[in-house]
Design a protein around this ligand. Structure first.
Ligand SMILES: [Zn+2]
Length: 77
């Protein structure tokens, strides 16, 4: 249902802050819209791992996109 988020298509509007191979974290620098809620996200974590750990604060909203081969977690500060 979701068209997900193509990081390569919006690559120039994102800053790659972490790349661990199976896990990448991008910082939003250009108001890229969250595919879940439509608001600009703060950070996006893309992982192909089965589990991941978030250190988001209590006031951070989180959106999640689950695809067959990856999970994208989007935070809204
Ligand atoms: Zn969202």
């Amino acid at each position: 249902m979701s068209e997900g988020l193509d990081f390569e298509a919006v690559r120039h509007r994102l800053k790659l802050v972490r790349d661990a191979g199976d896990e990448r974290i991008f910082e939003n620098r250009g108001d890229v819209a969250c595919p879940v809620c439509g608001d600009a996200f703060t950070e996006a974590m893309e992982t192909t791992r089965r589990t991941c750990q978030l250190s988001a604060g209590p006031s951070v909203d989180v959106c999640i996109v689950r695809e067959s081969n990856r999970t994208v977690v989007l935070t809204h500060a």
